[in-house]
Design a protein around this ligand. Structure first.
Ligand code: NAD
Ligand code: PRE
Length: 367
């Protein structure tokens, strides 16, 4: 498809959507804006966008598709303040936010003005944030929820799906209410549990410093998502307050029941609790999301001279640090090029960072 796509908010999700759109529609022009000028500059130099603009207004007029990819409170505010007279006729506006009721409510003024607003939520992501973590294939095989209202013509929904075809996601249409109820249970509340487990461990750490050193596989698995962006999750909890309050009540009651099983040493009840959880968990449909596991990336700002890559890989080889992937993002004549090294684990990445700091003065940053 030809046209201009304007992405507001160039983080993990906005960047990944921009890359997926460009992959499927190379002739489209991707224009980007982010309040954070560092993210905006990085999006441009990583070629996630073709053009950067310095305000929302500057990008609106030319856009055939506008994708709002900011934290949900910001998205709601943008929808409430967007100067509608500056929008191109026939433009589609969508978002990627993790909540839908307040966003669709905020978009009422667009819908009343005849602008096709179609709420969206790609159901894949990561605890990483920022444009350096963006990947074109992040949403491959994932569900992509759309929450169009009745006033949006079906052709516009079809056009949006075509724009987003490069995500290789599977589209599902839900009402905003259905969306917020389901994601409350399977996405939002689990984040709160992960964060609360980390808080609990931190309090015990005050009693014994061994707690974090001994925190092993199980604790790390269940708390990975506690490393997510706090601003994003603050906004989600405020937006989906009603569903979450109901979940708190059910969870507290459930914990009380479990607590009594343990107190009474009710071995049958405890066994069945774990067994039923295992059976349900094991029966969940297996969906392999496209995100490659090599998410432990290190960007190295290397000078542009022949042999620099073998120099870098040579230092890593000397210390037996395996690289799973290597890519040159950009080589600019006058300054530095960016080398992306991917590792299998966080530990390998940390070792690589230390190794390069020891042997070189190249700046490194984690993606
Ligand atoms: N991270 C995930 O796993 C995930 C998955 C699906 C959907 N989402 C949703 O996607 C949205 C973005 O999340 P993310 O993970 O990409 O976060 P992120 O922190 O990586 O990126 C958000 C970007 O928005 C920018 N921003 C904030 N306010 C802005 C404003 N007013 N104008 C322009 N830019 C602004 C920030 O500077 C940042 O670069 C959120 O609404 C989130 O709920 C996240
Ligand atoms: O994999 C992760 O780190 C995520 O938290 C991704 C996740 C999720 O809860 O599944 C987070 C929020 C989004 O709205 C969608 C996906």
């Amino acid at each position: 498809m030809q046209g201009n796509v304007f992405v507001v908010g160039l983080g993990l999700i906005g960047g990944s959507i921009a890359l997926a759109i460009k992959k499927a529609h190379p002739e489209a022009v991707i224009i980007g804006y982010d309040v954070n000028s560092h993210q905006l500059g990085l999006a441009r130099s990583l070629k996630v966008i073709d053009e950067a603009v310095h305000s929302v207004e500057d990008g609106l007029e030319q856009a055939d598709l506008i994708v709002l990819a900011t934290p949900v409170m910001q998205t709601e505010a943008l929808l409430l303040s967007m100067p509608l007279e500056r929008l191109k006729r026939g433009a589609i506006v969508t978002d990627v936010g993790s909540t839908k009721q307040r966003i669709v409510q905020g978009a009422r003024r667009l819908l009343d003005h005849g602008v096709a607003f179609i709420g969206g939520h790609p159901m894949a992501g990561s605890h990483k944030s920022g444009v350096a973590a963006a990947r074109a294939h992040l949403f491959e095989n994932a569900f992509y929820i759309l929450t169009p209202t009745d006033s949006v013509p079906p052709q516009q929904i079809g056009r949006l799906k075509q724009w987003l075809s490069g995500t290789k996601a599977q589209f599902v249409v839900l009402t905003p209410e259905q969306h917020d109820r389901i994601t409350g249970v399977i996405s939002h509340f689990p984040h709160l549990i992960a964060a609360s487990l980390v808080h609990q461990a931190r309090e015990y750490e005050n009693e014994n410093a061994l707690v974090s050193r001994l925190a092993a596989g199980g604790f790390r698995d269940i708390t990975r998502i506690a490393s997510s962006n706090p601003e994003m999750w603050r906004d989600i909890f405020i937006h989906n307050k009603c569903e979450l309050l109901a979940l708190f009540d059910r969870w507290i009651a459930e914990m009380g029941r479990l607590r009594s099983f343990v107190e009474e040493e009710n071995s049958i009840a405890i066994y069945h609790y774990f067994l039923e959880a295992k059976q349900f968990r094991d029966g969940l449909p297996v969906r392999t999301k496209g995100a490659i596991p090599s998410f432990y990336d290190l960007y190295v700002d290397v000078p542009d001279y022949p042999g620099v890559i073998s120099e870098v890989t040579g230092y890593l080889a000397e210390e037996n640090i395996s690289i799973t992937n290597i890519r040159i993002i950009e080589t600019r004549e006058e300054i530095y090029g960016v080398l992306r090294l991917s590792f299998q684990s966080e530990e390998d990445r940390a070792r690589a960072k230390a190794c390069l700091a020891k042997h070189t003065n190249y700046a490194t940053y984690e993606g």
